[in-house]
Design a protein around this ligand. Structure first.
Ligand code: DC
Length: 231
């Protein structure tokens, strides 16, 4: 594969986007970027500063003034990257139930999405990028070379989150995780701007029935085909 391609991976929470995205990026020597981080970082900052998550104007102001950086992991504690918000390591703070609960409300504001979309496009500008999120193939990078949409049942996704929480020695309750996930799915899929949905030209992978290696194989096959088609 000669060209520096851009690959978009979208899907609901815990559908396996970050596992597939990171593994694929490593395989191709590309950069992996998890776009959920920018919405989570803004949400965390708003909660820290006491900004109301329903206040779009204040959130946009905060987004414009905040310095959000995603850098190589600075600790060997299972993180895929380190997130610095105004210089402070916020990597794990972005994964707390409070952020989970509020992030979809923050991400539904059109002004917030405008600011973040522009920023995400700049990050992906150079190509050789695997970007994961909810609207990468539909809105952020509609010209991506390959679009993947990952699906999985709510129950399977809740089980994954439950296991992740236990592995990080956090208290976890399956029913609560499932209910919170369903609520977030509804908010992310039902919002007026850039709702979660597959791009018409996305390949759909069902992560309930595929291993990560099988998913990677399918993506690489599609990439090889599109390379031949554009040659
Ligand atoms: O992928 P995640 O669970 O870390 O994403 C957190 C939230 O951010 C998700 O509930 C919706 C929002 N999000 C979004 O609206 N658009 C994206 N491209 C990525 C995430």
């Amino acid at each position: 594969m000669n060209r520096a391609l851009t690959i978009a991976i979208d899907g609901p929470a815990a559908s396996g986007k970050s596992t597939l995205g990171a593994a694929l990026a490593e395989r191709l020597g590309y950069t992996y970027f998890d776009s959920g981080v920018v919405y989570r970082a803004l949400t965390w900052l708003a909660l820290e500063r006491g900004v109301d998550v329903r206040d779009e104007m204040e959130l946009v102001r905060l987004a414009e003034s905040a310095r959000i950086e995603v850098v190589r992991p600075t600790a060997g504690d299972g993180r895929q990257y380190t997130v610095l918000v105004d210089g402070q390591d916020a990597t794990w703070s972005l994964r707390t139930p409070a952020v989970d609960h509020n992030v979809s409300v923050v991400a539904a504001h059109p002004g917030v999405r405008r600011a973040m979309t522009e920023w995400l496009r700049q990050i992906a500008g150079g190509g050789a990028m695997v970007m994961v999120g909810r609207d990468i193939g539909t809105v952020v990078l509609p010209g991506a070379d390959l679009k993947v949409y990952l699906t999985a049942t709510g129950e399977e996704r809740a089980r994954r989150r439950y296991r992740e929480q236990l592995e990080r020695s956090l208290q976890a309750e399956y029913d609560q995780i499932l209910a919170e996930m369903r609520r977030r799915d509804e908010l992310d899929s039902g919002r007026a701007i850039a709702p979660l949905r597959p791009a018409p030209d996305a390949i759909i992978l069902d992560s309930d029935h595929l291993t990560v290696d099988e998913e990677i194989d399918q993506v690489l096959q599609h990439l090889a085909l599109s390379e031949v088609a554009t040659r």
